[in-house]
Each structure stands twice: as C-alpha cells, then as structure tokens.
Design a protein around this ligand. Structure first.
Ligand SMILES: *Cc1c(COP(=O)(O)O)cnc(C)c1O
Length: 496
C-alpha cells in the first residue's frame, strides 16, 4: 500500500510511513486509498483469534512485510496480555457492550498498538535500508508514555524519550513512567500541559536543525504518538474484532450496523473506527466523547475548530487535550483529500487558533459522527451508578464515554424513525490506572495514596489487581527532571 501526506508532501511505503512517523512538511501519512475487507474475509475472520484477525487487516496496509512473520509477531505481542483475549467484549446486565482494551502490560488501550509498533518499526528500518539507530520521541498525556517505554525498553538500536506534563497525569501514571527500567529510556516532566509537550515534540521533529543535531549523534527520529500510522493501524483491528464477536455470539447479524462510543483526546482511537468504516465495516455512528475540554464537541456541532479556550485539568487526564493531532487526517478526508486546503487549515490553526469547515463537509461529518461531553460531576455519577446497578467498575475515561453514550441512546429511543442498533462503549483504561478518582467515584472517599485506592477498589469490586500496577509500588523512582517547554531539545541532547 502506498501512503500520501495530508499536506501534500511525500509518497511513501507503509514501512517508510512508520519509520518517518510524520511527513517533512508536518503532514500526516494516510493510505493512498482504503483497502476493503470483503464479505468472504469477514466470514473467514469469524473463526479466527485476535492476532489472526489483526494480521488479516494489517497485511492490507503493510504488504511489504512478510505475512507469516507479521502473524508470529502479533501473536507474540498479544501473548503478554492478561487472560488470553486482548480485546474482550463484555455484555453488561442492561445490554450495554463494553470493549475492554486495558488488559495489556500497562493497563491502557495504548498497549493494543504499542506492543506491535516495535516490530513494525524494526522491520520497517530493515525494509527501508535505514542503518541509523532510531530515536522515539513521545509526548504523553499519561498512557502513551508508559506503553511506549514498556514496549521499547532495552530494544536494540532504539532510544526512547518521553515528555509528560508535570501536573497533567495521574499519580499512578507518573509513577509507572518514572520507575521504568531500561538503559535506553528517558522520562522528563514539562512545565505546561499536554499541548505544550505535543507542540514541543512536533517542533523538534519539524526542525531541520534539531534533526541534523540528532543525526550527528547517529539517530533518526520517529514517533510513538498516534500521528504515526504504525500506531493507528493496529487500532483499526479491534473495531473489526468487536463487530465479529457480536456476530459470533448472535447479538447481531452480519451486515447490521453498530455504533461505537469512544473517550477521545488526540482523536487516534476514534479515527481508527472511522478507518474501519472506510474499509467496509458496518459502523453506524461514531460517538466522540469529551470531558470538560470539549473543543471537539463544539467542532462537531458548528464546524469551527477553536482551540482558544481555557484548559481544564480533569479526572480523565488522558483526554485533557485542546489540539487533537489526528483530526487532521479526518478533515483531509472530509475535504475530498485536498492537501492544499488541509495545509492551509493547519497553518490557520497554528496562527489564529481556528479554522472552519465548509457546509458540505460539516454535513458529511454529522453523517458519520456525533459528539458530546461530560462534566466532572456527571462522570462521577455515571461510574457510581453503573457500579451500583450492574456491579461493573469502570475507569473515569470510560465513564465519560458511557455518560455521553447514555445521552445518545436516550435521544434515539425518543426518535421512532431511528434504526435499532447495538452500541459498543470502548473502555480505554483499567480502573486501577486512576485509583484515587475511581475510588472517589465509587464511594465518595478521598484517599491521598494511590495504593490505598488500589486496595480499596479491590476490596469493593473484587476485580483482580493487574501485575503492572502491583509491581510499581516498590520500584525506585529513576526520573525526576522537570524542564520548561523550550528546554525539551536541550534535555534530549543530554540523553543522547
Ligand atoms: C489516550 C487515551 C484516551 C484518548 O485516546 P485518543 O486516541 O488520544 O483519542 C482516552 N482514554 C485513555 C485512558 C487514554 O489513555
């Protein structure tokens, strides 16, 4: 499959798209066209396990990767997930389906892609004849950082540097990152919010001067953020897998449309759902759920993206984002793949903080998506009520999506012309990832200590505490540096 850049530059292979991460003009790589999954392949996938399904999808994008090896690597990657199935679909008593994507080594959905990315990258370098070592540069709102560290730690020929907002991640997320093992890893706090970290990383990647200083040290830069297509592609697979699980458990017939509600930050997860739809998966509405940082809700309603607004710290920190990188890929599609227009909108976003869609683009947007947001109080209420009524504990990010999904369902019930459809809520983190907030939601109790939160949630819910959470408790803190956003590059050079 050939890839093109959203701002006009670059025709590359899948391997090159993964290795480069981002086009030289700052655009994002997208497939030249969307490969289709045929009805026969859908039937075939019914009998497959998760890695086999994922291999069938991924080989359509990464045709130059050896097929058998890809499958082997996927099997290996997902074997580290707890309890066998990496993406189980759980049916709750009231008929809601929850797609649990948090059974990986760091307990967040980022593991779904980041456990596969090292292979895509290593093989990609081999296929492209890249001899230099790779520097993975990552901005994180908490979960990408840990998942990337875990998957690249002590991998040969790679160094990884993670930047996170000093006060913008949960205590547990911070602890997970700062206790990371590995000789090739670096973790740095940045004074500012996630957008500052992300902008800082993109600046380094987009600067010729920075790139050549890094090249002098023998490295080329790549990204583990969802701007990298290698992050996005493995996420497409779980939309297919959830759908197939609905069919094989007789909840729907093949061809019925299904809605998905997704807790959204950088727009990577939900974009993968849109890509699945473009590949032929019968997806109805993609429900884009935000917290108080509701820039996307406004955008989907009005067609104007306006990042000039207050930034809130919430109890769903991985969604505290005002500039969603992957939206660029969506507006590229909506514009009829007009790279010049996309480039102009991105310039406008950087300079004035806003851009506006044309009426027909907004119409197409609304045919595929709906958006909503949830206040902190409603998130807490939703997590509490869901546990009290159905005994199912969910994390605060998932709580945001659940609440938005409930509002959406209510509206559809009142509309007699609405097609009856099953709804899947995508769960992105284990309740143990933000234990203090989850405990507060479940019981009203405020505890200062994360592990006290873990213990109480365990007593209350009887949900097993994942190894990844237990193990950080007694690990030494290795990384303590905090820098301002304009010093990120200097810090990086020290590390190299
Ligand atoms: C990253 C993350 C999100 C947001 O996902 P995007 O792909 O950035 O939209 C939501 N919830 C959790 C727990 C996350 O880690």
């Amino acid at each position: 499959m050939e890839f093109i850049g959203t701002r006009g530059e670059g025709k590359v292979t899948g391997a090159e798209a993964v290795v480069k991460g981002i086009a030289e003009d700052g655009g994002l790589f997208v497939p030249a066209s969307f490969p289709q999954v045929t009805p026969a392949e859908m039937e075939e996938m019914l009998g497959m396990d998760y890695p086999e399904r994922a291999a069938l999808i991924l080989k359509k994008y990464f045709g130059e990767y050896p097929e058998e090896e890809l499958l082997e690597e996927l099997k290996k990657a997902y074997s580290s997930f707890e309890d066998g199935d990496p993406a189980p679909l759980v049916k709750v008593e009231n008929g809601t389906f929850i797609l649990e994507l948090f059974h990986g080594p760091t307990c967040a959905f980022k593991d779904m892609a980041l456990s596969v990315l090292p292979y895509l990258l290593r093989k990609g370098c081999e296929l492209c004849g890249v001899k230099e070592k790779i520097l993975i540069l990552t901005a994180t709102s908490g979960d990408t950082g840990k998942a990337a560290l875990e998957s690249f730690a002590d991998k040969e020929g790679v160094k990884i540097a993670v930047f996170y907002p000093e006060d913008g991640v949960s205590k547990m997320q911070k602890l997970q990152m700062c206790t990371q093992d590995g000789e090739n890893v670096s973790v740095t706090a940045v004074r500012g919010n996630f957008d500052d970290c992300q902008t800082g990383v993109k600046k380094i990647m987009g600067s010729e001067k920075c790139r050549s200083s890094i090249a002098e040290k023998g490295y080329v830069i790549s990204s583990a953020n969802s701007i990298n297509f290698g992050r996005l592609a493995p996420q497409i697979c779980y939309y297919f897998s959830a759908y197939l699980d609905l069919v094989s458990s007789d909840q729907i017939a093949m061809g019925d449309r299904v809605d998905f509600a997704v807790p959204t930050g950088n727009f990577g997860n939900i974009l993968a759902g849109y890509y699945a739809k473009k590949m032929g998966l019968p997806v109805g509405t993609l429900i884009c759920a935000s917290n108080t940082n509701n820039v996307l809700t406004d955008f989907f309603r009005t067609g104007t993206y306006d990042r000039k607004r207050p930034f809130y710290r919430t109890m769903s920190p991985s969604m505290d984002i005002l500039v969603s990188s992957n939206l660029e890929r969506l507006i590229f599609e909506l514009s009829g793949r007009d790279a010049a227009l996309t480039a102009e909108r991105m310039r406008s976003l950087a300079q004035t903080g806003r851009y506006t869609l044309r009426a027909e683009e907004l119409k197409e947007l609304k045919e595929n998506f709906c958006a909503g947001w949830t206040s902190e109080d409603d998130t807490v209420e939703c997590v509490y009520e869901f546990f009290t009524e159905y005994g199912y504990p969910m994390d605060t990010h998932t709580g945001v999506a659940m609440h938005v999904a409930e509002q959406y369902e209510k509206k559809r019930e009142d509309d007699p012309s609405a097609e009856k459809r099953k709804l899947v809520v995508v769960s992105t983190a284990s309740p143990y990832k933000c234990p203090q907030d989850v405990l507060y939601a479940l019981t009203g109790n405020d505890v200062k200590d994360s592990f006290k939160g873990v213990k109480r949630i365990n007593l209350l819910t009887a949900m097993k505490v994942p190894e990844a959470i237990k193990s950080v408790r007694y690990k030494p803190i290795r990384f303590k540096t905090t820098v301002s956003a304009d010093k990120m590059f200097d810090e990086l050079m020290k590390f190299l």
